[in-house]
Design a protein around this ligand. Structure first.
Ligand code: NAD
Ligand code: TDX
Length: 335
Protein backbone atom coordinates (compact mmCIF):
# COMPACT_ATOMS: atom_id res chain seq x y z
CA UNK A 1 0.00 0.00 0.00
CA UNK A 2 1.23 3.47 -0.88
CA UNK A 3 0.46 6.58 1.11
CA UNK A 4 0.55 9.79 -0.97
CA UNK A 5 0.70 13.34 0.33
CA UNK A 6 -0.98 15.43 -2.39
CA UNK A 7 -0.39 19.18 -2.02
CA UNK A 8 -3.00 21.44 -3.63
CA UNK A 9 -5.43 18.51 -3.80
CA UNK A 10 -8.46 20.82 -3.45
CA UNK A 11 -7.53 22.66 -6.67
CA UNK A 12 -8.41 21.79 -10.25
CA UNK A 13 -5.71 19.31 -11.27
CA UNK A 14 -4.95 18.01 -7.76
CA UNK A 15 -8.61 17.14 -7.07
CA UNK A 16 -8.92 15.36 -10.41
CA UNK A 17 -5.71 13.49 -9.51
CA UNK A 18 -7.20 12.34 -6.18
CA UNK A 19 -10.29 11.08 -8.03
CA UNK A 20 -8.10 9.20 -10.49
CA UNK A 21 -6.05 7.59 -7.70
CA UNK A 22 -9.10 6.48 -5.72
CA UNK A 23 -10.44 4.83 -8.85
CA UNK A 24 -7.24 3.34 -10.33
CA UNK A 25 -5.36 2.58 -7.09
CA UNK A 26 -8.15 2.02 -4.55
CA UNK A 27 -5.84 0.44 -1.97
CA UNK A 28 -3.64 3.55 -1.78
CA UNK A 29 -4.06 6.09 0.98
CA UNK A 30 -4.23 9.78 0.02
CA UNK A 31 -3.69 12.75 2.33
CA UNK A 32 -4.38 16.19 0.84
CA UNK A 33 -2.63 19.29 2.21
CA UNK A 34 -4.31 22.46 0.93
CA UNK A 35 -4.51 26.05 2.14
CA UNK A 36 -7.92 26.58 0.50
CA UNK A 37 -7.04 29.83 -1.22
CA UNK A 38 -9.65 31.38 -3.55
CA UNK A 39 -8.71 28.53 -5.97
CA UNK A 40 -9.17 25.67 -3.50
CA UNK A 41 -12.55 24.15 -2.79
CA UNK A 42 -13.29 21.18 -0.57
CA UNK A 43 -16.29 20.40 -2.74
CA UNK A 44 -13.81 19.37 -5.44
CA UNK A 45 -13.02 16.33 -3.31
CA UNK A 46 -16.57 15.48 -2.32
CA UNK A 47 -17.17 11.77 -2.64
CA UNK A 48 -13.98 10.84 -4.50
CA UNK A 49 -13.77 7.46 -2.74
CA UNK A 50 -13.13 4.74 -5.29
CA UNK A 51 -15.19 1.64 -5.84
CA UNK A 52 -12.91 -0.48 -3.67
CA UNK A 53 -12.91 1.90 -0.72
CA UNK A 54 -10.10 4.35 -1.44
CA UNK A 55 -10.11 7.29 0.96
CA UNK A 56 -8.90 10.86 0.96
CA UNK A 57 -7.95 12.58 4.21
CA UNK A 58 -8.00 16.40 4.13
CA UNK A 59 -5.59 18.65 6.04
CA UNK A 60 -6.14 22.41 5.89
CA UNK A 61 -2.70 24.03 5.93
CA UNK A 62 0.05 25.92 4.13
CA UNK A 63 2.91 24.18 2.31
CA UNK A 64 5.18 27.00 3.48
CA UNK A 65 4.57 26.11 7.15
CA UNK A 66 7.40 23.74 8.11
CA UNK A 67 5.71 22.65 11.36
CA UNK A 68 2.64 21.42 9.45
CA UNK A 69 4.56 19.95 6.54
CA UNK A 70 7.20 17.97 8.47
CA UNK A 71 5.02 15.25 10.09
CA UNK A 72 2.81 14.93 6.99
CA UNK A 73 5.80 14.33 4.72
CA UNK A 74 7.37 11.96 7.26
CA UNK A 75 4.18 9.83 7.28
CA UNK A 76 3.98 9.58 3.46
CA UNK A 77 5.69 7.26 0.98
CA UNK A 78 5.63 9.97 -1.71
CA UNK A 79 4.73 13.64 -2.11
CA UNK A 80 2.90 14.74 -5.27
CA UNK A 81 3.24 18.51 -5.33
CA UNK A 82 0.46 20.37 -7.16
CA UNK A 83 -0.03 23.32 -4.77
CA UNK A 84 0.72 26.67 -6.39
CA UNK A 85 -0.60 30.06 -7.23
CA UNK A 86 -1.47 29.19 -10.82
CA UNK A 87 -2.94 32.16 -12.71
CA UNK A 88 -0.73 34.39 -14.85
CA UNK A 89 -3.08 37.38 -14.75
CA UNK A 90 -3.14 37.36 -10.94
CA UNK A 91 0.66 37.29 -10.88
CA UNK A 92 0.68 40.53 -12.87
CA UNK A 93 -1.54 42.23 -10.28
CA UNK A 94 0.34 40.95 -7.20
CA UNK A 95 3.30 38.55 -7.47
CA UNK A 96 3.71 38.27 -3.68
CA UNK A 97 1.79 35.00 -3.05
CA UNK A 98 3.45 33.46 -6.12
CA UNK A 99 6.91 33.95 -4.62
CA UNK A 100 5.72 32.75 -1.23
CA UNK A 101 3.86 29.60 -2.31
CA UNK A 102 5.64 28.56 -5.49
CA UNK A 103 9.19 29.22 -4.27
CA UNK A 104 9.17 29.25 -0.45
CA UNK A 105 6.46 26.57 -0.24
CA UNK A 106 8.33 24.25 -2.60
CA UNK A 107 11.53 24.83 -0.62
CA UNK A 108 9.82 23.87 2.66
CA UNK A 109 8.44 20.67 1.10
CA UNK A 110 11.83 19.76 -0.37
CA UNK A 111 13.54 20.20 2.98
CA UNK A 112 10.98 17.90 4.62
CA UNK A 113 11.35 15.30 1.84
CA UNK A 114 15.14 15.45 2.27
CA UNK A 115 14.95 15.12 6.05
CA UNK A 116 12.68 12.07 5.86
CA UNK A 117 13.99 10.49 2.62
CA UNK A 118 10.60 10.67 0.87
CA UNK A 119 10.05 10.34 -2.89
CA UNK A 120 8.97 13.66 -4.45
CA UNK A 121 7.12 14.46 -7.66
CA UNK A 122 6.95 18.10 -8.71
CA UNK A 123 4.13 19.21 -11.02
CA UNK A 124 5.25 22.03 -13.27
CA UNK A 125 4.34 23.78 -16.50
CA UNK A 126 5.39 24.34 -20.11
CA UNK A 127 5.56 28.06 -19.35
CA UNK A 128 9.00 27.70 -17.77
CA UNK A 129 10.39 27.53 -21.33
CA UNK A 130 8.94 30.91 -22.36
CA UNK A 131 7.17 30.93 -25.72
CA UNK A 132 7.59 29.88 -29.36
CA UNK A 133 6.92 31.72 -32.57
CA UNK A 134 3.40 31.44 -33.99
CA UNK A 135 3.50 29.30 -37.14
CA UNK A 136 6.89 27.75 -36.37
CA UNK A 137 6.68 23.97 -36.14
CA UNK A 138 9.07 23.86 -33.19
CA UNK A 139 8.21 22.35 -29.80
CA UNK A 140 9.64 22.52 -26.29
CA UNK A 141 11.72 19.49 -25.30
CA UNK A 142 13.10 18.64 -21.85
CA UNK A 143 16.38 20.31 -22.82
CA UNK A 144 14.91 23.62 -24.04
CA UNK A 145 16.53 26.43 -21.99
CA UNK A 146 14.34 28.08 -19.37
CA UNK A 147 13.07 31.56 -20.34
CA UNK A 148 9.93 32.36 -18.29
CA UNK A 149 7.93 35.52 -19.04
CA UNK A 150 5.56 36.23 -16.14
CA UNK A 151 5.96 36.29 -12.36
CA UNK A 152 3.92 33.04 -12.32
CA UNK A 153 6.14 31.22 -14.79
CA UNK A 154 9.32 32.65 -13.24
CA UNK A 155 8.37 31.25 -9.83
CA UNK A 156 7.49 27.87 -11.37
CA UNK A 157 10.86 27.89 -13.17
CA UNK A 158 12.59 28.70 -9.88
CA UNK A 159 10.76 25.85 -8.14
CA UNK A 160 11.94 23.42 -10.86
CA UNK A 161 15.52 24.60 -10.28
CA UNK A 162 15.14 24.01 -6.54
CA UNK A 163 14.00 20.42 -7.17
CA UNK A 164 16.97 19.75 -9.48
CA UNK A 165 19.39 21.22 -6.94
CA UNK A 166 17.96 18.96 -4.20
CA UNK A 167 18.42 15.96 -6.51
CA UNK A 168 22.00 16.80 -7.38
CA UNK A 169 23.25 18.20 -4.07
CA UNK A 170 21.33 16.02 -1.61
CA UNK A 171 20.44 12.93 -3.66
CA UNK A 172 16.68 13.51 -3.26
CA UNK A 173 14.61 10.94 -5.16
CA UNK A 174 12.58 13.41 -7.23
CA UNK A 175 10.99 13.74 -10.66
CA UNK A 176 9.52 16.75 -12.46
CA UNK A 177 6.77 16.97 -15.07
CA UNK A 178 6.11 20.01 -17.26
CA UNK A 179 2.63 19.98 -18.77
CA UNK A 180 0.76 22.16 -21.25
CA UNK A 181 -2.64 23.90 -20.71
CA UNK A 182 -5.21 21.66 -19.00
CA UNK A 183 -8.99 21.72 -19.39
CA UNK A 184 -11.77 19.68 -17.82
CA UNK A 185 -14.13 19.63 -14.82
CA UNK A 186 -13.43 21.63 -11.64
CA UNK A 187 -11.20 24.21 -13.38
CA UNK A 188 -11.50 27.64 -11.75
CA UNK A 189 -13.62 30.01 -13.82
CA UNK A 190 -10.81 32.58 -13.98
CA UNK A 191 -9.12 30.38 -16.62
CA UNK A 192 -9.80 30.84 -20.36
CA UNK A 193 -12.10 27.93 -21.24
CA UNK A 194 -14.35 27.88 -18.12
CA UNK A 195 -14.48 31.69 -18.12
CA UNK A 196 -15.96 31.72 -21.63
CA UNK A 197 -18.37 28.83 -20.94
CA UNK A 198 -19.67 30.48 -17.77
CA UNK A 199 -19.85 33.89 -19.47
CA UNK A 200 -22.17 32.39 -22.07
CA UNK A 201 -24.18 30.57 -19.38
CA UNK A 202 -24.69 33.83 -17.45
CA UNK A 203 -25.47 36.00 -20.48
CA UNK A 204 -22.09 37.78 -20.50
CA UNK A 205 -20.08 38.27 -23.69
CA UNK A 206 -17.03 35.99 -24.05
CA UNK A 207 -13.73 37.87 -23.77
CA UNK A 208 -10.74 37.38 -26.07
CA UNK A 209 -7.41 38.97 -25.17
CA UNK A 210 -5.97 41.08 -27.99
CA UNK A 211 -6.28 39.48 -31.42
CA UNK A 212 -6.60 35.94 -30.05
CA UNK A 213 -3.80 34.60 -32.26
CA UNK A 214 -1.96 33.02 -29.35
CA UNK A 215 -1.64 29.24 -29.42
CA UNK A 216 -2.05 26.95 -26.40
CA UNK A 217 -1.39 23.19 -26.41
CA UNK A 218 -4.60 21.89 -24.78
CA UNK A 219 -4.65 18.59 -22.87
CA UNK A 220 -7.46 17.00 -20.86
CA UNK A 221 -6.75 17.00 -17.12
CA UNK A 222 -7.17 13.20 -16.91
CA UNK A 223 -4.46 12.66 -19.53
CA UNK A 224 -2.14 14.93 -17.52
CA UNK A 225 -2.87 13.06 -14.31
CA UNK A 226 -2.41 9.61 -15.86
CA UNK A 227 1.03 10.79 -16.96
CA UNK A 228 1.81 11.99 -13.42
CA UNK A 229 0.84 8.56 -12.08
CA UNK A 230 3.04 6.82 -14.68
CA UNK A 231 6.00 9.02 -13.73
CA UNK A 232 5.38 8.46 -10.02
CA UNK A 233 5.33 4.70 -10.46
CA UNK A 234 7.85 4.13 -13.24
CA UNK A 235 9.71 7.39 -13.94
CA UNK A 236 13.47 7.48 -13.49
CA UNK A 237 14.65 9.39 -10.42
CA UNK A 238 16.12 12.81 -11.19
CA UNK A 239 14.42 12.98 -14.60
CA UNK A 240 12.08 15.52 -16.14
CA UNK A 241 9.20 14.53 -18.43
CA UNK A 242 7.27 16.84 -20.77
CA UNK A 243 3.53 16.16 -20.94
CA UNK A 244 1.45 17.24 -23.94
CA UNK A 245 -1.15 15.65 -26.21
CA UNK A 246 0.57 16.47 -29.55
CA UNK A 247 -2.49 18.08 -31.07
CA UNK A 248 -2.46 20.39 -34.12
CA UNK A 249 -1.97 24.08 -33.28
CA UNK A 250 -5.20 25.88 -32.41
CA UNK A 251 -5.30 29.54 -31.40
CA UNK A 252 -7.44 31.20 -28.73
CA UNK A 253 -9.79 32.74 -31.32
CA UNK A 254 -10.45 29.31 -32.83
CA UNK A 255 -11.03 27.74 -29.39
CA UNK A 256 -13.46 30.52 -28.46
CA UNK A 257 -15.31 30.22 -31.78
CA UNK A 258 -15.61 26.47 -31.20
CA UNK A 259 -17.06 27.04 -27.70
CA UNK A 260 -19.53 29.59 -29.13
CA UNK A 261 -20.56 27.15 -31.86
CA UNK A 262 -21.03 24.27 -29.40
CA UNK A 263 -23.10 26.49 -27.08
CA UNK A 264 -25.10 28.21 -29.80
CA UNK A 265 -23.73 31.63 -28.82
CA UNK A 266 -22.83 34.36 -31.23
CA UNK A 267 -20.27 37.09 -30.80
CA UNK A 268 -17.44 37.84 -28.44
CA UNK A 269 -15.45 40.94 -27.64
CA UNK A 270 -11.77 41.70 -27.90
CA UNK A 271 -10.47 43.06 -24.59
CA UNK A 272 -7.13 44.42 -23.35
CA UNK A 273 -4.29 42.04 -24.09
CA UNK A 274 -2.23 40.42 -21.32
CA UNK A 275 1.06 42.30 -20.82
CA UNK A 276 3.98 40.11 -21.88
CA UNK A 277 1.50 37.60 -23.38
CA UNK A 278 3.26 34.34 -24.38
CA UNK A 279 2.58 33.68 -28.07
CA UNK A 280 2.71 29.94 -28.57
CA UNK A 281 3.23 26.81 -26.46
CA UNK A 282 3.83 23.33 -27.91
CA UNK A 283 5.16 20.35 -26.00
CA UNK A 284 7.20 17.45 -27.34
CA UNK A 285 6.17 14.52 -25.11
CA UNK A 286 8.17 11.88 -27.02
CA UNK A 287 10.23 10.90 -23.95
CA UNK A 288 7.12 10.18 -21.88
CA UNK A 289 5.61 8.11 -24.70
CA UNK A 290 8.86 6.23 -25.37
CA UNK A 291 9.97 5.48 -21.80
CA UNK A 292 6.63 5.01 -20.06
CA UNK A 293 4.30 4.08 -22.93
CA UNK A 294 1.91 6.93 -22.02
CA UNK A 295 -0.63 8.05 -24.62
CA UNK A 296 -3.39 10.65 -24.39
CA UNK A 297 -6.92 9.24 -24.35
CA UNK A 298 -8.63 12.56 -25.17
CA UNK A 299 -7.37 13.40 -28.65
CA UNK A 300 -10.43 15.29 -29.89
CA UNK A 301 -10.63 18.78 -28.38
CA UNK A 302 -14.15 19.25 -29.74
CA UNK A 303 -15.41 16.13 -27.91
CA UNK A 304 -13.50 17.14 -24.75
CA UNK A 305 -15.12 20.58 -24.88
CA UNK A 306 -18.60 19.08 -25.33
CA UNK A 307 -18.07 17.10 -22.08
CA UNK A 308 -16.59 20.10 -20.29
CA UNK A 309 -19.46 22.39 -21.33
CA UNK A 310 -21.93 19.75 -20.11
CA UNK A 311 -20.12 19.61 -16.75
CA UNK A 312 -20.32 23.40 -16.24
CA UNK A 313 -23.99 23.40 -17.29
CA UNK A 314 -24.76 20.68 -14.73
CA UNK A 315 -22.69 22.20 -11.91
CA UNK A 316 -23.78 25.82 -11.74
CA UNK A 317 -23.95 25.55 -7.92
CA UNK A 318 -20.18 24.88 -7.96
CA UNK A 319 -19.09 27.92 -10.00
CA UNK A 320 -21.83 30.56 -9.73
CA UNK A 321 -20.83 31.82 -6.25
CA UNK A 322 -17.37 32.81 -7.60
CA UNK A 323 -18.54 34.35 -10.88
CA UNK A 324 -19.21 37.94 -9.79
CA UNK A 325 -15.94 38.37 -7.88
CA UNK A 326 -13.94 36.78 -10.71
CA UNK A 327 -15.43 39.09 -13.31
CA UNK A 328 -14.95 42.13 -11.03
CA UNK A 329 -11.19 41.39 -10.97
CA UNK A 330 -11.14 41.23 -14.77
CA UNK A 331 -13.21 44.39 -15.13
CA UNK A 332 -10.67 46.27 -13.00
CA UNK A 333 -8.01 45.28 -15.56
CA UNK A 334 -10.14 46.20 -18.59
CA UNK A 335 -10.57 42.54 -19.45
P1 NAD B 1 -5.37 25.71 -8.96
O1 NAD B 1 -5.09 27.16 -8.81
O2 NAD B 1 -6.70 25.27 -9.49
O3 NAD B 1 -5.18 24.96 -7.56
C1 NAD B 1 -4.12 25.24 -6.70
C2 NAD B 1 -4.41 24.62 -5.34
O4 NAD B 1 -3.29 24.87 -4.49
C3 NAD B 1 -5.64 25.21 -4.65
O5 NAD B 1 -6.44 24.19 -4.10
C4 NAD B 1 -5.04 26.10 -3.55
O6 NAD B 1 -5.89 26.25 -2.43
C5 NAD B 1 -3.77 25.35 -3.22
N1 NAD B 1 -2.74 26.22 -2.62
C6 NAD B 1 -2.30 27.42 -3.06
N2 NAD B 1 -1.37 27.90 -2.22
C7 NAD B 1 -1.17 26.97 -1.25
C8 NAD B 1 -0.32 26.88 -0.13
N3 NAD B 1 0.54 27.87 0.18
N4 NAD B 1 -0.38 25.77 0.63
C9 NAD B 1 -1.24 24.76 0.34
N5 NAD B 1 -2.08 24.80 -0.71
C10 NAD B 1 -2.03 25.89 -1.49
O7 NAD B 1 -4.18 25.16 -9.86
P2 NAD B 1 -4.17 23.98 -10.96
O8 NAD B 1 -4.56 24.54 -12.26
O9 NAD B 1 -4.88 22.82 -10.40
O10 NAD B 1 -2.59 23.68 -11.03
C11 NAD B 1 -2.00 22.71 -10.18
C12 NAD B 1 -0.52 22.63 -10.50
O11 NAD B 1 -0.34 22.25 -11.86
C13 NAD B 1 0.24 23.93 -10.31
O12 NAD B 1 1.50 23.64 -9.76
C14 NAD B 1 0.38 24.48 -11.72
O13 NAD B 1 1.54 25.28 -11.84
C15 NAD B 1 0.52 23.20 -12.51
N6 NAD B 1 0.08 23.26 -13.93
C16 NAD B 1 -1.15 23.75 -14.24
C17 NAD B 1 -1.58 23.74 -15.56
C18 NAD B 1 -2.95 24.24 -15.95
O14 NAD B 1 -3.26 24.31 -17.14
N7 NAD B 1 -3.83 24.58 -15.02
C19 NAD B 1 -0.73 23.27 -16.56
C20 NAD B 1 0.54 22.77 -16.20
C21 NAD B 1 0.92 22.78 -14.87
O1 TDX C 1 -10.57 35.69 -20.64
C1 TDX C 1 -9.54 35.27 -21.18
N1 TDX C 1 -9.33 35.52 -22.51
C2 TDX C 1 -8.24 35.11 -23.18
O2 TDX C 1 -8.10 35.36 -24.39
C3 TDX C 1 -8.53 34.53 -20.47
C4 TDX C 1 -8.71 34.23 -18.99
C5 TDX C 1 -7.43 34.09 -21.15
N2 TDX C 1 -7.27 34.37 -22.47
C6 TDX C 1 -6.09 33.84 -23.19
C7 TDX C 1 -4.76 34.02 -22.51
C8 TDX C 1 -3.99 32.78 -22.93
O3 TDX C 1 -3.37 32.99 -24.19
O4 TDX C 1 -6.28 32.42 -23.24
C9 TDX C 1 -5.06 31.71 -23.08
C10 TDX C 1 -5.15 30.79 -21.89
O5 TDX C 1 -5.20 31.60 -20.73
P1 TDX C 1 -5.20 30.97 -19.23
O6 TDX C 1 -6.36 30.05 -19.09
O7 TDX C 1 -5.06 32.10 -18.29
O8 TDX C 1 -3.92 30.04 -19.29
P2 TDX C 1 -2.34 30.34 -19.49
O9 TDX C 1 -1.99 31.71 -19.13
O10 TDX C 1 -1.98 29.83 -20.85
O11 TDX C 1 -1.71 29.35 -18.37
C11 TDX C 1 -2.30 28.05 -18.13
O12 TDX C 1 -1.49 27.02 -18.66
C12 TDX C 1 -0.23 26.80 -18.07
C13 TDX C 1 -2.48 27.81 -16.61
O13 TDX C 1 -3.26 28.87 -16.06
C14 TDX C 1 -1.15 27.72 -15.92
O14 TDX C 1 -1.35 27.39 -14.54
C15 TDX C 1 -0.34 26.61 -16.57
O15 TDX C 1 0.94 26.58 -16.02
Amino acid sequence: MTHLLVTGGAGFIGANFCRLITSLRPDWRVTVLDKLTYAGNRANLAGPAGPAGGSVEFIHGDIADAATVGPLVAAADAVVHFAAESHNDNSLTDPTPFVQTNLVGTFVLLEAARAHGVRFHHVSTDEVFGDLEIGAGTKFTESTPYNPSSPYSATKAGSDHLVRAWVRSFGLDATISNCSNNYGPYQHIEKFIPRQITNILTGLTPKLYGTGEQVRDWIHVDDHNRAVLDILERGRGGETYNIGADQPDINNKQVLELICELMGADGYEHVADRPGHDQRYAMDAAKLRRELGWQPQFTDLRAGLVDTIAWYRANEHWWLPAKQATEAKYAARGQ
